[in-house]
Design a protein around this ligand. Structure first.
Ligand code: DGY
Length: 323
């Protein structure tokens, strides 16, 4: 029976049940506190790649060229839509199949995007603190925020996630524009949203929402030059990948008042150290990469990740192949 490495023991049980139908599992006891490390040690990943036929990993597990340098593994199944933690080009070169779990997490992640946008612009986190701290507040003047109705939301990246965010924001009465590497005329037509170039999106949007995947072209897409192009007093929301934003430039934009605030579910370094400068801004909402962290969603992601491996070993095409 093939050896199947699974990088943690905390995935939904359906994943292990399904995988046991086609192989022998080697499950890494991922007991480390989440604030110490985002993924499992590199030497463990390398050993797994050398000794097992399949690997099931998560976004913190960095499967780079060194991990694959002596690999016997034939399929890497990530329990995520993103696969920037895997050196896909190297996997392809070695004939290793890489699979992911898109689609099922779109709604949950879009919900979170709108959730943190609202938390930011309606100052929900600040309000919670104010009440808990027992400070006096004026019920008319306290914590004035921004409407959504009538404001312009600029979505950067109109894949499944960007589209789902657009639908939600339209329901809130916002005007939605987007920029994407590939223009989507059907979505434009169906939703009544407008394509603009990135400079115009930045210059005119009240909320800029990042929904692009991380690739060499999108790394530090939001750099200092682009922050300077933003409408003064706009808000930035990032539910994509931390490295789409240059963190230093973001901090400067907050300090210089270009941004009225930011809501971030993803960071360049994860987990974000609690002493990080971003944690000092009251007008920044921070969540720990929980876009897909909803029970049914995570269970479906686990099921698909396992199904990809099961199909591979049965000689069928996995459901979602990225390489
Ligand atoms: C993904 O799947 O890529 C999300 O970022 C985490 O679940």
């Amino acid at each position: 029976m093939p050896c199947i490495f699974v990088s943690r023991d905390q995935f939904p049980s359906v994943l292990y049940e399904k995988l046991r139908q086609v192989g022998e599992l080697r499950v890494y006891p991922y007991g480390k506190p989440a604030w110490l490390t985002a993924g499992i040690p590199k030497d463990e990943l390398k050993r797994a790649a050398e000794e097992c036929d399949a690997m099931v990993v998560y976004i913190g597990d960095r499967v780079d060229a060194e991990v694959l340098s002596n690999a016997r593994v034939k399929i890497i199944s990530t329990v995520s839509v993103g696969y920037d933690h895997i050196d896909v080009a190297e996997a392809r070169r070695r004939g290793i199949v890489v699979t992911n779990t898109p689609e099922v997490l779109v709604d949950a992640t879009a919900d979170l995007a709108v959730g943190i946008l609202l938390a930011l612009v309606r100052r929900i986190v600040e309000g919670d603190r104010l009440v808990r701290e027992g400070k006096a507040y004026d019920i008319w003047g306290a914590l004035m925020g921004s409407d959504l109705r009538g404001k312009r939301a600029g979505i950067v990246g109109l894949g499944n996630l960007g589209t789902a965010i657009a639908k939600r924001l339209l329901a809130f009465g916002a005007e939605v524009v987007y920029w994407s590497r590939n223009r989507k005329p059907q979505v434009e037509f169906a939703l009544g949203i407008k394509y603009v170039d990135l400079d115009e999106l930045l210059a005119t949007s009240d909320f800029v929402i990042l929904a692009v995947s991380l690739a060499p072209e999108t790394r530090h897409l939001m750099n200092w030059e682009r922050f300077q192009k933003m409408k003064r007093g706009a808000y930035l929301i990032n539910v994509a990948r931390g490295a789409v934003v240059d963190t230093e430039a973001l901090i400067r934009a907050l300090k210089e008042g270009i941004l009225a605030g930011a809501a971030l579910d993803v960071f360049e370094v994860e987990p974000l150290p609690h002493t990080h400068e971003l944690t000092k801004f009251p007008n920044v909402v921070l969540t720990p990469h929980i876009g897909s962290a909803a029970e049914d969603t995570r269970r479906r992601m686990a099921e698909i990740a396992a199904e990809n491996v099961v199909r591979f070993f049965r000689g069928e095409r996995p459901l979602y192949v990225v390489a």
